[in-house]
Design a protein around this ligand. Structure first.
Ligand code: SF4
Length: 118
């Protein structure tokens, strides 16, 4: 039985509304995109959604520092990645771009610092 997903493309600021019809995991139709990047976004979002993860990690100084993955990771790994992040402690000082965890859970993404801290 087919179902419909409504998405807003986030690839550029235009934010085109799209409608995807699926049968199970198979995409039947995609409507609403106005460029190939939007169509690819809809395909990825319905078959293998990816997100950049932003969070904080504890520091050796007792506070926290802002971090993010340096590329998008599979959405289904967010929870497992958060468990790694929650166990990570950044040794101060840290600088923007410092890698705290490389190849986070074999995603190919590094967890990097996004703020300087002494
Ligand atoms: S479909 Fe193309 S034009 Fe529309 S928001 Fe996505 S990237 Fe931008």
């Amino acid at each position: 039985m087919a179902n419909t997903r409504e998405l807003t493309c986030i690839v550029c600021p235009k934010g085109c509304p799209m409608k995807v019809t699926l049968e199970g995991k198979e995409i039947l139709t995609i409507e609403g995109f106005t460029c190939p990047r939007g169509k690819q976004y809809a395909i990825d979002e319905c078959t293998h959604p990816m997100r950049t993860l932003t969070s904080t990690v504890r520091t050796s100084g007792g506070g926290v520092v802002a971090v993010k993955t340096d590329r998008a990771i599979p959405k289904e790994l967010m929870f497992d990645c958060m468990q790694v992040i929650n166990k990570t402690v950044a040794t101060l000082p840290v600088r923007v771009g410092d890698v705290l965890v490389s190849n986070l859970l074999d995603t190919g993404a590094n967890l990097i610092v996004t703020a300087n801290q002494e």
